[in-house]
Design a protein around this ligand. Structure first.
Ligand code: T46
Length: 127
């Protein structure tokens, strides 16, 4: 983050923090209290997620362990690799979650069933 008397500036570009070419950007806002989102994984897609306003709790599950991160600052991002089950909970009313994605939108890349996700992760581990 770059800051001076005028305010703060965050720059996001390809490099160690974003180890992929950004092909799509989308943002989520107008979220409702106690309404969660996500509940899926991606076969290939990699993403960087940042709450540029407000906050939410990002749960990430690799099929073996779960971790959670509070996205609660515009200078804090989380990299979500492929084959990670993600859930977003506890959105604040002012949340604006911006996501930088490695691929264009493709519904075929989604795994929206948790048992299917575990089967894919298990098959990948064996191969
Ligand atoms: C993710 C989390 C963080 C599109 O048409 N284009 C898009 O680029 C996206 C992202 C979604 N959509 C459509 C697909 C659904 O009909 O918008 C609708 C809502 O998408 P979804 O239910 O997948 O939204 P979330 O908030 O559960 O998940 C989204 C992303 O889909 C997902 O990749 O990692 O945000």
């Amino acid at each position: 983050m770059i800051g001076d008397a005028r305010g703060s500036l965050v720059s996001i570009e390809k490099g160690p923090q974003v180890p992929f070419e950004i092909k799509r950007v989308y943002y989520i806002f107008g979220t409702q209290l106690e309404v969660s989102r996500g509940f899926h994984a991606h076969k290939q897609l990699r993403q960087l997620a940042v709450c540029v306003s407000g906050k939410c709790r990002m749960v990430m599950d690799d099929g073996t362990s779960r971790k959670e991160v509070w996205l609660n600052s515009p200078d804090k991002g989380v990299l979500i690799n492929n084959l990670i089950w993600r859930e977003m909970h506890d959105f604040s009313e002012d949340c604006v979650l911006i996501v930088f994605a490695s691929q264009e939108y493709d519904e075929a890349d989604y795994i929206r069933n948790y048992d299917d996700f575990i089967n894919v992760v298990t098959a990948n581990a064996k191969s």
